[in-house]
Write a new protein. Structure first.
Length: 68
């Protein structure tokens, strides 16, 4: 999965309660992968198809919109 505009595989989601708090992730082999040192309790619920932001360009949209 990669950004539909630039092809980057790194993205982030914003905390709905604090827009300055973000959680970064990669899309590897069609799966969302967070950094291993993050506390699982702090990870967003990706099954809700959150608004995701490309780490390289200005693209943002629902996680389901990211092309494979």
């Amino acid at each position: 999965m990669s950004c539909p505009i630039c092809g980057c595989e790194r993205f982030y989601v914003k905390n709905p309660e604090d827009a300055f708090d973000i959680v970064e992730f990669e899309c590897r082999d069609g799966e969302v992968s967070f950094e291993p040192d993050l506390d699982p309790a702090d990870l967003p619920d990706m099954s809700r198809d959150p608004e995701s932001y490309c780490d390289k360009c200005a693209w943002h949209g629902k996680l389901s919109e990211i092309k494979k």
